[in-house]
Design a protein around this ligand. Sequence first.
Ligand SMILES: NC(=O)c1ccc[n+]([C@@H]2O[C@H](COP(=O)([O-])OP(=O)(O)OC[C@H]3O[C@@H](n4cnc5c(N)ncnc54)[C@H](O)[C@@H]3O)[C@@H](O)[C@H]2O)c1
Length: 332
Amino acid sequence: MIRVGSIGVGGMGTHQARTFDQVDGCHLVACADPSPEMRARFEDNFPGTEGFDSAEALVNSGKVDAVVVAVPTGLHCAAALIALNAGIPVLVEKPMARTVDECQRMIETAERKDTVLMVAHCRRFDSYWKSWGACVASGDLGSPILWRNAMAGFGPGSWYMDHDLGGGPLMDGAVHNYDFANFLFGDPESVLSSSIDMDPESSAQDTCSAIVRYKNGNQLLMSWSWAARGNGLHDIIGPKGFVQFGTGDLPDPEDDEPHQYCCFTNREGEQTLIKSKAEPDMYACQAAHFLSCVRGDVTCLSPGTEAIKAIAVADTILQAGPAGEAREVVWT
Ligand SMILES: NC(=O)c1ccc[n+]([C@@H]2O[C@H](COP(=O)([O-])OP(=O)(O)OC[C@H]3O[C@@H](n4cnc5c(N)ncnc54)[C@H](O)[C@@H]3O)[C@@H](O)[C@H]2O)c1
């Protein structure tokens, strides 16, 4: 039975802890958080667990075999290194870290200590995203492909809108898309980015548009704001057809289980619904995969060596945005 500890037990740390509390093969035993209120809430939520006031104290206690890191993004590297240096496997929340340099230090330490460094890119375990990913990979859209995603809404605020701790929407939210695009399209090559400052209160870029080019000729268009409301656009277009998000959860008359749908439209305008099962959810699949990696049963599907490429895309977009520049994406 793998003994799991949670480093950082705010919103996402609690969600991860609930998930690990329910999957087979592990025992949730402890947390680390500097906030006494958060530690008390964790111990209430998960009776029999123990709270520590720092990651060092948790790791040095000898009570955990693996940890989940869910602290503010700018603190991921420091927290993960404490566990990795002790040879303890780490599942770190996305974004992997705030900079490429931090990611490199995490990868180097995991390799030197010969332990697991997995990044919680939950979309790699999401049957919904994987269903349209399979449609893209099948060639039904043709080639090359343009994935377009525009979102505007008021974001989570707090440290998420601090440049160094969170990096704003083009780092924190859009990293799901960068990673999934890397998963589908292969290595990124360059970005063209332009930011607009709508909220003078936040040090992070709150509104930015960027095009990411991939070595295989595909492109990802991202336009996100966490400082204004607006309409959303989410589709993947190719010369032979397109996939559209947004049909959401619908009942299936032939099946009691919940399903999610997206829609494929071919060049002639004929539409097909693509159906995927909503359960088990992506976090449960992700947790089960991490535990398999810790046991050495499988090759990691979301290793640090892959997730670093999404941080390279995100940080290059943030660096190029204010001047509206094009830049090469580099992570080695
Ligand atoms: N995968 C997803 O869908 C998803 C969703 C939301 C958040 N996240 C990610 O999860 C991470 C945490 O986000 P959140 O919303 O839970 O933040 P949060 O602010 O709710 O919680 C962060 C917690 O970390 C604690 N903390 C701060 N410094 C610490 C340290 N040095 N050691 C231990 N604990 C420390 C804080 O006291 C707090 O309890 C972020 O990287 C975020 O991007 C992922």
